[in-house]
Design a protein around this ligand. Structure first.
Ligand SMILES: [Mn+2]
Length: 362
């Protein structure tokens, strides 16, 4: 197994890549949509302005062939690999998610991105096929010692105002949180799976040709519906349904241990065992949590409900050899809360892997 960290848009700088190298990572996952971070430290979790994670910056030059090439070159220059891009920006595919009039044009745009990734040599595109997105989080001193982390406490759900999808505003001209110009209609599970199947059908041949894997993140929070719209993978067997939709080796999972642990009525160790045998895990989000939907809090890697050492042992036994990244972590109270949290998680992961490799080779 290989260790990486995820960097948010706004953090793609040589010093952050050197930080990754210094704490023992060899791979970078680039989280592409903007506005998830301010001042290099303050990862946005709460939504005081009622605009979700923010307003999309249209036509971001990073998504061009040149932008992706330069991003990869910057990371390679520091001696690391760019393993994956994470998440399309909502303005690139809102009508793919909503089944709207620009769907065809937007699918062509996504294909262009996959082809550019192939030319540049970025092997994985992580995505989250979700209309409501990561919505309804609370933030508080939930982790050890009062470290600030995020959670979900079953909030009252409001419909999604028009102009928003994936918990970001893609059209500020029509978006109004207080007096919406209409709201996104209810979307059933059958409708969502139909849209998703069509998306895979269109994109997988292009992904295969480009040598890029499409890797699906499960729904965070894993509620069956959120804001009136169905969720795709809100139970572990949703992943099996996704794999069964299309046999392409490019049809893979961005396997989030934290989100899977938040799903009720399932055994996380059995889930990890089952899916790591399929060979279709592209990369792993490695984090821990206390509780399950509809109420849970994210924790440090060594204090949640899941025995993360046991998870690593299962992955090792089943021959998983892809990248693990810490996903989000609680913020550690110091001058660099985000970096300290990530360094703590990665140090734990590195020691655990060394120990497991040693004990299983003797
Ligand atoms: Mn995740």
């Amino acid at each position: 197994m290989k260790l990486g960290i995820g960097l948010y848009r706004g953090m793609f700088t040589p010093d952050n890549v050197r930080f990754a190298k210094q704490i023992g990572a060899t791979h970078i996952v680039a989280h592409m949509p903007g506005h998830f971070v301010r001042d290099d430290q303050n990862i946005i979790t709460s939504d005081s302005a009622n605009i979700g994670f923010g307003v999309v910056t249209p036509h971001d030059p990073l998504w061009t062939y040149e932008g992706l090439r330069d991003l990869k070159a910057m990371i390679n220059a520091e001696g690391l690999e760019l393993e994956a891009l994470e998440n399309f920006a909502p303005d690139q595919w809102y009508d793919v998610l909503l089944d709207g009039p620009r769907k065809h044009t937007q699918l062509e745009q996504l294909k262009r991105i996959l082809r550019d990734m192939g030319r540049v040599g970025i092997p994985i595109m992580g995505y989250n096929f979700s209309i409501a997105g990561v919505w309804g989080r609370v933030e508080g001193p939930f982790a050890r010692g009062g470290a600030v982390s995020v959670g979900f406490e079953n909030p009252v759900q409001t419909p999604i105002p028009n102009g928003m999808v994936w918990n970001m505003v893609y059209d500020p001209a029509i978006y109004d949180a207080e007096q919406p110009h209409g709201t996104v209609p209810e979307v059933s599970s059958a409708q969502l799976w139909k849209r998703f199947a069509a998306f895979l059908q269109e994109l997988l041949p292009v992904a295969e040709e480009a040598g890029v894997k499409l890797a699906l993140h499960p729904d965070d929070p894993p509620m069956p519906t959120l804001r009136g719209t169905a969720r795709l993978v809100h139970r572990p067997d949703g992943y099996q349904r996704m794999l069964d939709l299309h046999p392409s080796p490019a049809n893979t999972m961005e396997f989030c241990i934290g989100t899977l642990s938040e799903m009720p009525d399932s055994d996380i160790y059995q889930v990890v065992d089952h899916y790591s045998r399929t060979g279709r895990i592209a990369y792993i989000h490695f984090r821990n949590v206390q509780g399950k939907v509809p109420t849970y809090h994210e924790t440090f890697v060594d204090e949640g409900d899941t025995d993360m050492l046991r998870v690593l042992r299962i992955l090792h036994t089943n021959g998983y050899n892809g990248v693990l990244i810490p996903d989000h972590t609680p913020l550690i109270e110091c001058a660099a809360p985000w970096h300290a949290g990530i360094a703590y998680a990665l140090g734990y992961m590195k020691a655990a892997l060394a120990m497991i490799e040693q004990e299983q080779s003797t």
